[in-house]
Design a protein around this ligand. Sequence first.
Ligand code: GAP
Length: 468
Amino acid sequence: MTPDAIDPNAVAPAVANLETIVSLSKRRGFIFPSSEIYGGINAVWDYGPLGVELKNNVKRAWWRAMVQDRDDIVGLDAGILMHPQVWVTSGHVGSFSDPLVECSTCHRRFRLDELPGTEDLSQTDLRDESITARLGLKCPFDETLLSAPRRFNLMFTSHMGPVEDDGNVVYFRPETAQGSYVNFKNVQQSSRKKIPFGIAQIGKSFRNEISPGNFVFRMREFEQMEMQYFVRPESAADAFEMWLPKRRAWYEAYGVTPSRLRFREHASDELAHYAKKAIDVEYRFPFGWKELEGIHNRGDFDLGNHQRASGENLEYFDQASGEHFIPWIVETAAGADRAAFTFLIDSYREEEVRGETRVVLGLHPDLAPYKVAVLPLLKKRPEIVELCHRLLGDLKRDIMAVYDDTAAIGKLYRRQDEIGTPWCVTVDVDSLEDGAVTIRDRDSMTQERVPVEGVKRLILDRMAAIRP
Ligand code: GAP
């Protein structure tokens, strides 16, 4: 499948400059550089008070779609550290690598396929030792001809126990998927699932990326949301086709602009060592079309190899037909950070309102860090503040709500717009008389007057009405 018939240059990114999102994230408390007071650590990022809410909401939305709403998928939370043989059997120790080139003058290292002029190279070219000389690829910093490429394994290692030697090496998992494969029998038997069924997992993964970057797009520590769907071998192709539109629709249901999404199929020499077929859901980031999620037909590679290496029988017994077979696996592999990043970018807009620029994160209410902000029109009136706190306490029992009285009302609205809060509730002097408050809608900026005791119900109903 070629990329959807969209001229790549015809689709503009939601924000022209990535720095707009990086600075908003820092200023408003979505994402900070890790260990910043020590100068930071490359490719690790920390989620601040709003970022952790956004990312938790993204994970919750994925879990709802992949586990809660389905009868055929169950959850799992496997360990990050696993028996080291898992990673030998999975092929990661032997094959999970990227092409690395080095400058002999400044000793900087680069991922070959990230260098300018390598965009059209095939995976075969990237493994060709003569490629740098043939193309005259030079160090971007000092123009020295770069070394021949060598394969660089992306797995982080450590040692288990008090002695550090080769015998007790452990790997930080580079994908959550293997936890689902080695638990296939445990999950299938304990949950009594019949094929086709899936195992979903959300959790941290680690890759010693050669050239991380573009903010949280490529990190060395990140979170994945992966689902492994176990099927009969002859159903794998259909299951693969079934998941493609479902996964794309999930991003659209939570607000990603459809024209900024496309599918791209991997060429045969680009396929990961485990994949028979792979299609990426790509998003038009400010730095180009890039992978958001991978959908893979992994065949019987994983369970077949684990059965051979462990000596455990990982076959499935189909009672109806009396057959024993190794299930094939169709995987949907998404990134929680990459998805949160995408929702952040795609929801960003700037509007002219009465001669001023209004910055809005038009996040879907399910993803917004706060659903509602409670604001006093006059913070000097103790009765108004007291009513605000009573309402806030009631709202907080069910949804994330926040109180703010640190500026005039216009500025308070702008602050909430910039962090994506869908509704603001203002308590004013009249509220003390008529028991009503004003609800302002983030997107339309319309205001309506409602009884204070009806606020929570109204917001919960609106959220339920637009929930995918
Ligand atoms: N189990 C298959 C697998 O791991 P992948 O395409 O290598 O497939 C799946 O990774 C998803 O994980 C990617 O589409 C991306 O969203 C996320 N991901 C992978 N590497 C990442 C990194 N270095 N930083 C952030 N997210 C990453």
